[in-house]
Design a protein around this ligand. Structure first.
Ligand SMILES: *Cc1c(COP(=O)(O)O)cnc(C)c1O
Length: 390
């Protein structure tokens, strides 16, 4: 069996009869049969072949297989966006009357699925402080069908004890689903920590160059066959083969990009924290810093602190002044890009939560989320130093 770096380049590669070097983009919605009987046999499931790209496509399969190998999962299912993966992972499994327990610090749209969409379908959802094992235990006491958590969380970088929570979830009979977008599959492997299902927005680090949307669900073969496939086949959150082609090529450089960006994120957060003229004015939060409240836990389950940090500069006005002063960082709500990006969560990605829900998960008006890219770290530092000095 090949090692991780090799699998990222060669995993899942299926060459066509033309012997191309690079993965081919099979931009086709359907497939042809040599006879009516062959079509009948394909639909009867008598043999394995491509039938329709809502179910499967060769380029999408290459992406799924490469990501599956990276994650160490039995099965993978690609989706058209990260939110399609999040929704499908829950909706394929829960029914009216079931209970879902989630961590409160969630990406805005994950929060909407748990607090608005699932409850409308008769699913009871309970949100807890993800860092408190007591709260998880109390909430799971009533039983649950699934647990959903994000670690580190977007944007507050709250770190949850994935192993402990998955154990509590399983003990309560719940399926443990982890949104691993912020860590990326390079820095954290939730399945090895006990998760049953991992979901990704491939839009973030996996593409990492701001081009396409995509997502994925990683799980057991049984969960894919019994729950994910029967749901996605008929509801159609499929990944476009073109996007799959971009993403499979993205995986080739994922490790190099994430490791480089994480190294820069550590350098920059350390400098912000130790720069005398920022002392008392700027609070930096990064899982790789000892000052992060769950630093030890973060380092025990992640191989680096990630590519994203936050700074709190006081008020909304001060946050806007800082962001408008940035010359190199772009103002954009994406993360995990090769371009460094700055976002004001309170007025954009987490606007819908409202001030109370934001306060509960530590998203202040002065918080700016910085996604560190691949530019020269000295150029990034000069940009931050200048804009934070105002
Ligand atoms: C961006 C993001 C998503 C959603 O992914 P899309 O590809 O934008 O649909 C889900 N979870 C987290 C943590 C994210 O950052």
């Amino acid at each position: 069996m090949n090692r991780e770096a090799t699998n990222l380049i060669r995993g899942g590669l299926q060459r066509s009869q033309f012997d191309e070097t690079a993965e081919a983009a099979f931009l086709t919605s359907g497939y042809v049969y040599s006879s009516a009987a062959e079509a009948e046999a394909a639909f009867a499931g008598e043999y394995d072949r491509y039938i329709y790209s809502r179910y499967a496509n060769p380029t999408v399969s290459m992406f799924e297989e490469r990501l599956r190998l990276l994650e160490g999962a039995e099965a993978a299912m690609a989706t058209g966006s990260g939110m399609a993966a999040v929704f499908a992972s829950l909706a394929c499994y829960v029914s009216a009357g079931d209970r879902v327990v989630g961590s409160r610090a969630l990406f805005g749209s994950c929060h909407v699925i748990l607090t608005e969409i699932l409850p409308r379908m008769g699913v009871e959802t309970v949100l807890v402080d993800g860092t408190s094992l007591d709260e998880w235990e109390a909430a799971l006491d009533g039983g649950a069908k699934a647990v959903f958590l994000e670690s580190p969380s977007n944007p507050g970088l709250e770190v949850i004890d994935v192993e402990a929570v998955c154990e509590l979830a399983n003990a309560a009979g719940a399926l443990a689903i982890v949104d691993n977008v912020f860590a990326s599959p390079v820095l954290q492997k939730p399945l090895a920590l006990g998760a049953d299902v991992v979901v990704y927005s491939a839009t973030k680090h996996i593409d990492g160059q701001g081009r396409v949307l995509g997502g994925a669900i990683l799980c057991s073969e049984k969960f894919k066959a019994d729950h994910v496939m029967p749901f996605t086949r008929h509801t159609g959150p499929s990944l476009s083969p073109f996007n799959a082609w971009v993403l499979v090529k993205g995986l080739e450089t994922l490790r190099l990009r994430v490791e480089a960006a994480a190294a820069s994120a550590l350098t920059l957060s350390t400098r912000i924290e130790t720069e005398p003229k920022m002392a008392g004015r700027v609070t930096v939060r990064y899982p790789g810093l000892e000052s992060h409240p769950q630093h030890k836990l973060a380092m025990s389950q992640m191989s680096a602190g990630g590519t994203i940090l936050t700074v709190d500069v006081g008020t909304k006005e001060q946050a806007f002044t800082f962001m408008d002063g940035l010359q190199l960082f772009d103002i954009s709500n994406n993360v995990g890009d090769s371009k460094s990006l700055a976002t004001h969560p309170a007025t954009t990605t987490h606007r819908r939560l409202g001030p109370e829900a934001r306060a509960e998960v530590g998203i202040g008006d002065g918080m700016v989320r910085l996604s560190i890219g691949l530019e020269d770290v000295e150029d990034l530092w000069e940009d931050l130093d200048t804009a934070l000095a105002v």
